[in-house]
Design a protein around this ligand. Structure first.
Ligand code: RNT
Ligand code: ZN
Length: 416
């Protein structure tokens, strides 16, 4: 698109927003500071590099689109390609199964920081910070229960894995001079009715206490709940209540995955409650369709409301925005780009909301006026501001990245 046109539209937008009391330049500055934590697992359907086993543990990637990354080199190339279409500087969220194991089988209770040195160096080279995740799924010892397994040897295996992950995350944080956020999600649950709900939760609580016994300075812990997993429909050990209780009592970051709640539950509404009791929140932005299907994030009401709540709570520095979807049915790099840009577009609109005026109306009991302005602001020219954001960040404005990704598909991914 022609630069003059983008600038013209932007100048008009600046005036329109000024009329409702919004400083567009300030909104752009804030958006520039919002780093997404890009999930490395979008590039290969959560396969990782340790074995060729299939995905297990209550999560599933559906689809069979050709061209997925088969090794570390391809994964890194795809991530860089995707990042080149996403304005701003972002983080990369690694799972433990993506270590650089040098062709050896390294079991999960044996992983060490050295298996992630090449990632740290690579990330530094590309000006990215790393986040991290322990991996309890897709392993011979995953079963239905990991950290809550009554078999003490299995439970200790996963405790050891998770402890090691925290140490690795801490090394990453030290290396990058910025805390690495480590997410802990385990699939533990039961397909059918259980008569021992308390027992598994006690075990999970004890495992977490053992895991968190060491204090680290360069990493932050977050814990993620879930409603249910495929094959584990009746009971989830790490439910929302469980982790909120645990998070509040231990002052841990709670991860809210937008696919992990009942379909009519508002995840946006949780931000203000949680932030009163826990230090920070991690988000896994996704798009559940009927269940935790991990469809590519789009600019829908759920994501918009979530973004608006972060801004309305003045919590940009306390809410970390990670992505967590994995659609194997379309071009995977395209999926990265669409979901990331959609999340940023939602943040853009949130930052451009005429909040002062809306709040004045609300305080005065002027509810028609509040509703009218909320409706009108949906069609204020936020897109012109977004285009300017892309232009300033040297990434394609509008849909021109589609052709670029098609080209990369023809030249690179389709040949895999
Ligand atoms: C699974 C959780 C978890 C995973 C990733 C791969 O339901 O959302 O966050 O998606 O760790
Ligand atoms: Zn998640």
């Amino acid at each position: 698109m022609k630069e003059e046109l983008i600038k013209k539209a932007y100048d008009i937008a600046v005036e329109r927003y000024a009329a409702v009391g919004v400083d567009v330049e300030k909104a752009l500055e804030k958006l520039q500071q919002v780093a997404l934590s890009l999930h490395c697992w979008q590039a290969d359907d959560v396969a990782g590099f340790e074995s060729k086993g299939s995905l297990s543990g209550g999560i599933q990637a559906t689809g069979n689109y050709p061209g997925k990354a088969r090794n570390m080199e391809e994964l890194r190339a795809d991530i860089l390609k995707a990042a080149s279409y996403i304005p701003g500087q972002h983080r990369l969220n690694l799972h433990a199964i993506y270590g650089d194991f040098g062709g050896q089988f390294v079991d999960r209770d044996e992983i060490e920081p050295k298996h992630f040195t090449s990632w740290m160096e690579w990330a530094k080279e590309h000006n990215m910070k790393l986040d991290f995740n322990s991996s309890s799924f897709s392993h011979a010892k995953s079963g239905d229960l990991s950290l809550s397994n009554p078999d003490e040897s299995i439970r200790q295996f996963w405790i050891e894995h998770t402890k090691r992950c925290r140490n690795i995350a801490n090394e990453m944080g030290k290396f990058q001079n910025d805390p690495c956020i480590m997410n802990l999600w385990v699939h533990d649950g039961s397909k059918d009715q259980t008569v021992n709900r308390m027992k598994y939760r006690e075990l999970l609580k004890d495992s977490l206490d053992q895991i968190f016994a060491v204090d680290y300075k360069d990493m932050k812990d977050c814990i993620e709940s879930k409603v249910f997993g495929i094959g584990l429909e009746s009971y989830t050990v790490g439910s929302n209540d469980f982790y909120i209780g645990y998070g509040v009592s231990r002052q841990k970051i709670v991860t809210l995955d937008t696919g992990h709640f009942h379909p009519t539950e508002s995840v946006a509404d949780k931000i203000s409650s949680l932030l009163l009791y826990i230090p920070e929140i991690m988000l896994h932005v996704s798009r559940p369709i009927r269940w935790d299907s991990d469809h590519v994030t789009i600019m829908n009401d759920d994501t918009l409301e979530l973004a608006k709540e972060i801004v309305r709570c003045d919590a940009l520095d306390r809410v970390h925005i990670g992505l967590d979807y994995f659609d194997a049915s379309i071009n995977r790099i395209g999926a990265y780009v669409v979901g990331s840009r959609a999340t940023q577009k939602c943040m853009m609109q949130a930052l451009l909301e005429p909040l002062a005026l809306l709040r004045k109306y609300e305080a005065n009991g002027q509810y028609f006026e509040r509703l009218a302005l909320l409706e009108e602001s949906k069609s204020l020219p936020w897109n012109a501001v977004w285009d300017m954001f892309c232009l300033r960040n040297n990434v394609p404005v509008g849909e021109s990245f589609i052709a670029d990704i098609q080209k990369y598909e023809t030249e690179v991914t389709s040949k895999r």
